[in-house]
Ligand binder design. Structure first.
Ligand code: HH2
Length: 284
């Protein structure tokens, strides 16, 4: 059992899908689509109807072409009304908040979110571990380097011969830090951070070698949805049209040990992962 919360819980009798809700004007594939709380509400209804297990709400983009970091006030103004609306509309559904700021995490948890998804793996705000530990939140620690403005660029994509080894060791360090600060180990999920401070070769290598991350003993989440390496490999330049490549990458990630999948396109992912899971024939 992962992420028990007063409002719901999540186990792994099947692959788990986080449906993406970007309430940002500038996200790389779906920026500015959800301009109002009602837009976000309708989008959440759809993600859940299509089979999402968790709704991941984010108010700050890390897009590759010059993300603009936003202040906590702006992020709170974007995220909290959506969390409140989702809790009211769908009591019992697990909500995660995609933020690197402890102030935003705290408010979102108070408003009913159950999980904090930090793309900096607790590097950028040292208050994050305490915020999560106090509330008993589930935690996603994602690998990245640098700050919000450059973590999705190649500025820090400087690896030696074994990029996966460096990623795994940096995530182990993040996990050890979180646990030392009071976060329970069994609430932690690890994410290799596909496309974050990684060229396509690094993203491909870490997906290929995912069992090395799984070996740290925590469930692994991957976020490949519509990302640049899929565009490069498939020749599909429009991010929203990279669905087939996304599904293919997620199925292979499942086979290599991932159990949680953060996606924009829930229905095709749900169908593909459920079929792949049944063929694998083991609920582990
Ligand atoms: N990727 C993005 C954002 N948050 N969280 C986790 N745990 N893993 C990821 O791979 C991940 C993430 C970037 O994608 P997106 O939300 O579509 O874009 P943007 O950052 O431009 O809002």
């Amino acid at each position: 059992m992962l992420w028990r919360h007063k409002l719901g819980s999540l186990s792994f009798e099947k692959p788990r899908i986080l449906g993406i809700v970007n309430v940002t004007p500038d996200s790389f594939s779906d920026g500015a689509r959800l301009a109002t709380v009602d837009d976000a509400r309708r989008h959440i209804d759809r993600l859940l109807a299509e089979g999402a297990d968790v709704i991941d709400v984010g108010g700050e983009s890390t897009r590759p072409q010059g993300a603009r970091p936003v202040g906590a006030d702006t992020e709170l103004r974007r995220v909290i009304p959506v969390v409140e609306a989702a809790v009211a509309d769908h009591p019992g559904v697990l909500l995660s908040v995609d933020t690197v700021k402890a102030a935003v995490a705290r408010e979102a948890l108070a408003a009913g979110a159950a999980i904090v998804n930090d793309v900096s793996g607790f590097r950028l705000d040292h208050g994050m571990a305490a915020a999560c530990a106090e509330s008993g939140a589930g935690v996603v620690l994602m690998h990245s380097r640098g700050d919000v403005a450059d973590m999705a660029t190649f500025a820090h994509a400087t690896y030696g011969a074994d990029s996966t080894g460096e990623i795994v060791s940096e995530l182990r360090h993040a996990m050890d830090g979180a646990v030392a600060a009071g976060v329970e180990t069994d609430r932690i999920v690890l994410d290799p951070g596909i496309g974050f401070s990684k060229r396509s070769e690094h993203s491909l290598a870490v997906l290929r070698e995912l069992p090395r991350l799984v070996a740290l003993g925590r469930p692994v989440l991957v976020g490949v949805s519509r990302k640049r390496f899929i565009g490069e490999l498939s020749g599909v330049s429009v991010p929203a049209e990279r669905v087939a490549g996304t599904v293919g990458a997620n199925v292979v990630a499942l086979e290599r040990g991932a159990r949680l999948f953060r996606v924009h396109d829930v229905r095709p992912t749900r169908e593909a992962l459920d079929v792949a899971w049944a063929i694998r024939g083991q609920a582990s």
